[in-house]
Ligand binder design. Structure first.
Ligand SMILES: Cc1ncc(COP(=O)(O)O)c(C=O)c1O
Length: 398
């Protein structure tokens, strides 16, 4: 037997840690950016109607009907769309399709480097950028894990201190951004900060960056603008969307990319044959037939977000402006030394707040990364849930 059955890369891997899904009665769950409103009645009816003997059959392998509907929605053709088992799946597919693993890279470096000419059919010239997965920090914490799983190199580039995006001249000056990185993943609006980014700024960054750029718009339905037009304008830009957040469909796992047919065809080659389950396809198609219902929910969530942000600000929290269905909020006094926290209206760190709120059956999210460790990320729930949160905060502050 080999000394280990497991690849060294996998042995060393730190797996992605998803938000908790505890089954505690009466818990107000504001930790994983789920939508507080159920899917539309039409979606539930369509899914129920599909649960019969047909479950024995394979689903449509290319999610054809769904891709056609999505194409219509975004003003493109089905060849511009690929669907995945959640947008997480299309993200990992992008890493696999566009990024060279670093492992073995040296041995595959161009013979021309050694003074020999490249023979036809040999690997093309590879350079360090070909192995880079690049993203801003902080952003979606899955990106580094995807890079690690693939054996790629990561290039996290810090956002500005207030979580705004550095401009192209700033990135050029900073010297950290790799304008040739094989794959750049941009969470827009940003998670976990909630900040929205202007499409004009994103366009400048896309134009300057030569590898594939994914604009991960998981939360864009809660934002003022979206950048879908860039995916249809530039051959190296993909926009990722999901049915999980705005469309109340986490359970069914449906996400997709829109982009140039050449990129989409490359992704399609490495796709599992039946990657999107049948009920997920049915639910997503029915969702697109009832967008009015969802748009009303976006408005409710945005209104609750603004009210909750104001209420927490009045209680001494520093709440960042959000374009998403969550807020990032710094509790009062949480960054002061323990001796001064009492005067500032709080004696607790953000991590303590997580625990205190949990004791009151309210679950929010806390991340240990240095840029965000003083904050809580709070998903926007119903108005009643927001009220319960404010009430609990008042009690804790007392
Ligand atoms: C920025 C971002 N992108 C993608 C996803 C993945 O969503 P899905 O449920 O479609 O896999 C998430 C989920 O939390 C997210 O926060």
């Amino acid at each position: 037997m080999r000394s280990s059955l497991i690849r060294p890369l996998v042995q060393q891997l730190h797996a992605y840690v998803p938000g908790e899904q505890p089954k505690i009665k009466g818990l107000i769950k504001l930790n994983t950016n789920e939508n507080p409103y159920p899917p539309s009645p039409r979606v539930l009816k369509a899914v129920k109607a599909a649960v019969d003997g047909r479950l024995r059959l394979y689903p449509n392998p290319t999610a054809q009907a769904l891709r056609e509907k999505l194409a219509k929605l975004h003003g493109c053709g089905p060849e511009n769309v690929i669907v995945g088992n959640g947008s997480d799946e299309v993200l990992i597919m992008a890493v696999r399709a566009f990024v060279e693993p670093t492992v073995g890279l040296a041995s595959r470096l161009s013979p021309s480097k050694k003074g020999k000419k490249l023979e036809p059919g040999r690997m093309p010239v590879l350079c360090k950028s070909d192995s880079i997965v690049q993203y801003f920090a902080p952003s979606y914490s899955l990106y580094p894990v995807l890079a690690d799983i693939h054996g790629a190199a990561r290039n996290p580039v810090p956002l500005n201190a207030n979580f705004t995006m550095p401009s192209v001249p700033e990135l050029k000056c900073g010297g950290l951004w790799d304008f040739n990185a094989a794959l750049t993943l941009i969470t827009t609006p940003n998670a976990p900060s909630g900040r929205g980014y202007a499409t004009a700024e994103l366009e400048k960054l896309c134009r300057a960056t030569k590898g594939v750029v994914v604009l991960d718009e998981a939360y864009v339905d809660f934002a003022r603008e979206n950048a879908m037009k860039l995916a249809l304008k530039y051959p190296h830009v993909l926009v990722a969307r999901t049915f999980s957040k705005a469309y109340s469909l986490c359970f069914q796992r449906v996400g997709y990319f829109v982009g140039h047919p050449e990129l989409i065809a490359a992704l399609d080659k490495i796709r599992d044959s039946y990657n999107v389950n049948g009920l997920g396809q049915v639910a997503a198609v029915a969702t697109l037939e009832d967008l009015k219902y969802y748009r009303a929910n976006f408005r409710k969530i945005i209104s609750t977000r603004e009210k909750l942000s104001r209420a927490l600000t009045l209680l001494g929290f520093r709440v960042l402006p959000s374009q998403t269905n969550f807020i990032l909020a710094k509790p009062p006094g949480s960054v002061l030394p323990a001796s001064r926290r009492q005067d500032a209206g709080g004696t607790l760190t953000a991590k303590d707040w997580l625990q205190k709120l949990r004791e009151k059956k309210i679950l929010v999210r806390w991340f240990s990364q240095p840029e965000v460790k003083d904050y809580l990320r709070i998903t926007i729930g119903t108005p009643a849930e927001a009220e319960a949160l404010v009430k609990a905060v008042k009690v804790i502050l007392r």
